[in-house]
Structures are given as structure tokens and as C-alpha cells.
Design a binder for this molecule. Structure first.
Ligand code: MN
Ligand code: MN
Length: 461
């Protein structure tokens, strides 16, 4: 009997076949990332892949008038969040749920973003989520989103992802003139109002009196392509993200650099696990929510009741119309709050407790608690449920470890776990450990991404 616990390295503890699976899985995950640069695109991609596997929309099911064991149902909520449900035994006995988020830190355009100055046309932005603002300068950027033109047509904007597309750019100050800037803290080196996205420079005009020819030329481009005018920007949702595709990292191709690993790595892991399920014993659920990065507020976030409403609709279609059955279905459920955590980084060892930080390449990380400074605001999982999860993982050859989001006094962070816990269900944070969280391009291990999905599958089946 081994009295000491030792973390296991995935790369050293999988068979050659499973090693191939890690690389196969990572390829699929990278494809998903490249099609899912925003929460809307991720939601669309999740629904597309679910439909391929026989999922039917809740609206269609309501029209059909009944739901039975084995049915696979999706609900797309305002195009920004999705729930997948695979019906198992009686719902009131509880569900197995994996909940992840599909929004990531980014820059949003302001209502009236476009202006001209210094022979440039620029977009004003307001950042979304926790970002280190200086990281967003001097990198190629893409523009995504939705804008309605004056005819009321909904236009999907996507500029900067195709190799032949132009990209956008945010200036930083040249080092030669940065004496004052370099004396500032990293937090103040680039301010929110300096995150101005360069959108154009061509000043060609036939009208000698035109004072804003560059801005007008940018508007002309948008008008030709999308039929929009400047007024339409005011009711648009436009997001700036790093341009380009995810890339393999390391000479051994063992890692992935990409925008939005937080939390698309857990989202894709949950999606792949759901779509692989045959008949789950308990009803299996994957939730993909928006707005986690700004505190889970708004009608596309975990705080909105769309998930509960969906379960209520399903019960109703099963002829189970009493509210108590919904309460039981939720309270008897078991939930993995699927979100990323920090992995020990040898360049910044001082911010974590090395004995308790998750390690890159050592499998899915269970975090009993997150929060900050005395577990503030976190879901502190119960030992009884931790035992349930450990047993499932050990019985299914899951390589797992524990993690925590930094040293006690260093900071911390939250997830959607506490909202899921409000249902009365058992909940624990459980996801992929990673590096450079919330940077425009983040880093993680292919081994951990794969093991996350394997763990969710074991839990859901
Ligand atoms: Mn997250
Ligand atoms: Mn985050």
C-alpha cells in the first residue's frame, strides 16, 4: 500500500494508443477553437455539432409534445448560451451536469466607436472581463459581431480571421519616448481609453471640404459590405479578439496556444463527452453559459433561469407538472463546475502554494474551493461529493490532481459553481489547469485538455 500521494504525469502514464487519442482530441479541439472565437460563434458551433449527433431543439420537442428516455435536446438561449440534455432515468432523481462558460475576455466596441485623428480612423473600445490592458497592444486583431442595418437586416461581421483579410491593431508607445510610461505600474501603462483600435488610414476623397475622409472611407467600406451607417453601430454588438488560429506549441507539439482556452477548453471537453454518450443512466446535461467573465449577470449568464426553465419544460412534456418535481430534479443533481484553474508556472512561482497548485500535464484539476482571501464568494465543495467524484475518476482511469487559484492572500477568482450550488445540487470546481490565463493568447497542455474530456465523460455516463 502506497502511503504517500504522488501526482501522476499524463504523458508518462498513458498507453501509446491513448497518447494518439490525446493528439487526435487536440486537433478537434483546435478546430473548435478556430470556429468559436466569440460566445456567439461558440454557441453556434456547439449547436451545429450537437445536431449532427441527433440533438433536437427544445422548441421542436415542445411542438412534438413528448419527451422520453434517450431523447437528446438542445436549447439555444439568445444565441449566446446553450444547454444540451440527454434524457436518462426519472429526472426527479437528479441529473449529472457539467457547466462551463463560452465567453472570454476581449475588447468590445463602444456605441459610437469610430473617429478620425492623426490621419487614422480608430474604434473606441471598452474591455470585457479581467484583462491586462498592455497585453492587447501591437498584436493582430479581428472584429466579430452582429449589427443591424437600417433595413432591419441582421448582419454577421467577421473581419480579420481569413488569411486574406486585413486585421486591426492597437498602438503602444515607442520605447524611445516611454520614459514617463515606463515609470508607471503595469496596471496604468496602458489605460482603458488608450485601447483604441486602428481601423483605417486611406484619405482619398473627391470632396476637398471633407474633414474626415478616412472615417468616411471606413464607413463606406462597412456600408458596401453590410449596408450599415454610423447610426447602426450604436445598436451593434462588436467584439475585438486576437486574429488568427490556435497553434501547437513546443518542438514536441505538446501544448496549444490560443485565444479563449478559458473556458472553451472545458466547454469543448464537456461537448465532446456529451456527444460521445450512448444511453446515460442519469439524465446528462452540459451547460455552456455567457457572461461568466463579468460576474454571471444578464439573461445569457448562469444567473438567468433558462436552464431551470428548460428542465421545467422537459418535465411538463413528460406529464410531470408539479413544481416539486422540478425542485427535486435540481436538488438531487450532481454538478461539475467546469472551469480552468492556474497551473504552477516556474517563471512566477511566488504566487502559488507549490504544494497545492495544479501542475501542467498532470491531468484534470479538482478545486474544492476557489474565491479569494478566505474563500470569499466561493462554492466550497462537500467531502461527500468529493468522494463521489474521486471514485468515478479512479474507477475510470482518470489522471487527476487537486488545484487552487493561487496563494491565500494573493488574489483569486470565481466560477459559476456557486450559482449551480443555489439549485441545492452537489457542486465542485473541476477543470483544466493552464498558463497565462486571460492573456489574449493563452497556453495549456494537450494532455490536460484530453484528460478533462475523459473525466467529464466518466462523470456523465
Ligand atoms: Mn473561466
Ligand atoms: Mn476567466
Amino acid at each position: 500500500m502506497n502511503l504517500k500521494f504522488e501526482t501522476r504525469n499524463v504523458w508518462q502514464n498513458v498507453s501509446d494508443d491513448e497518447r494518439k487519442e490525446i493528439f487526435r482530441y487536440s486537433k478537434d479541439y483546435m478546430n473548435f477553437l478556430d470556429r468559436s472565437k466569440t460566445e456567439r460563434l461558440a454557441a453556434k458551433e456547439i449547436v451545429r455539432l450537437a445536431k449532427e449527433k441527433g440533438y433536437i431543439s427544445l422548441e421542436e420537442k415542445i411542438e412534438m409534445g413528448s419527451i422520453k428516455k434517450g431523447d437528446k435536446i438542445y436549447y439555444l438561449n439568445h444565441e449566446k448560451s446553450v444547454v444540451l440534455v440527454h434524457i436518462g432515468d426519472d429526472l426527479e432523481n437528479g441529473m449529472r451536469i457539467v457547466g462551463a462558460h463560452i465567453d472570454s475576455p476581449r475588447l468590445d466596441l463602444k456605441a459610437l466607436p469610430l473617429y478620425e485623428d492623426g490621419n487614422l480612423a480608430l474604434f473606441k473600445t471598452h474591455y470585457y472581463g479581467g484583462v491586462k490592458k498592455y497585453q492587447w497592444t501591437c498584436i493582430p486583431l479581428a472584429l466579430h459581431g452582429v449589427i443591424y442595418n437600417s433595413k432591419g437586416e441582421k448582419m454577421i461581421v467577421n473581419i480579420g480571421e481569413d488569411e486574406n483579410d486585413p486585421v486591426f491593431y492597437i498602438n503602444d508607445l515607442l520605447i524611445h519616448l516611454s520614459k514617463d510610461q515606463m515609470a508607471k505600474t503595469l496596471a496604468d501603462g496602458i489605460s482603458s481609453e488608450q485601447l483604441n483600435v486602428i481601423a483605417g488610414h486611406d484619405a482619398k476623397t473627391d470632396d476637398k471640404d471633407e474633414k474626415e475622409a478616412i472615417k468616411l472611407n471606413v464607413l463606406k467600406y462597412f456600408n458596401e459590405k453590410y449596408g450599415i451607417t454610423e447610426e447602426d453601430f450604436q445598436i451593434a454588438e462588436l467584439e475585438i479578439v486576437p486574429a488568427g488560429k490556435s497553434r501547437e506549441v513546443g518542438i514536441d507539439r505538446s501544448m496549444i496556444a490560443a485565444h479563449g482556452h478559458d473556458d472553451r477548453v472545458c466547454s469543448y471537453a464537456a461537448l465532446e463527452a456529451m456527444l460521445k454518450l450512448e444511453q446515460p443512466q442519469k439524465t446528462a446535461v452540459a451547460i455552456f453559459v455567457d457572461k461568466e467573465e463579468i460576474g454571471s449577470v444578464g439573461n445569457t449568464s448562469m444567473s438567468a433561469k433558462f436552464f431551470e426553465n428548460m428542465i421545467a419544460e422537459i418535465l411538463y412534456l413528460q406529464g410531470k407538472k408539479e413544481n416539486i418535481l422540478l425542485r427535486r430534479a435540481l436538488a438531487n443533481s450532481e454538478v461539475l463546475s467546469a472551469d480552468v484553474t492556474v497551473a504552477f508556472d516556474p517563471t512566477f512561482p511566488e504566487v502559488v502554494d507549490q504544494k497545492n497548485a495544479a501542475k501542467l500535464g498532470c491531468g484534470i484539476a479538482i478545486s474544492k474551493y476557489t474565491g479569494s482571501r478566505g474563500k470569499g464568494g466561493c462554492n466550497d465543495a462537500n467531502a461527500e461529493f468529493l468522494q463521489t467524484v474521486r471514485k468515478i475518476f479512479n474507477d475510470n482511469d482518470i489522471i487527476w490532481q487537486t488545484g487552487e487559484l493561487g496563494k491565500g492572500d494573493q488574489g483569486g477568482g470565481g466560477t459559476i459553481a456557486y450559482i449551480l450550488a443555489e439549485l441545492g445540487a452537489q457542486v465542485v470546481d473541476c477543470g483544466t489547469a493552464m498558463h497565462s490565463m486571460h492573456a489574449p493568447i493563452e497556453l495549456l497542455s494537450k494532455a490536460d485538455a484530453y484528460m478533462t474530456s475523459k473525466a467529464y465523460y466518466a462523470f456523465l455516463k
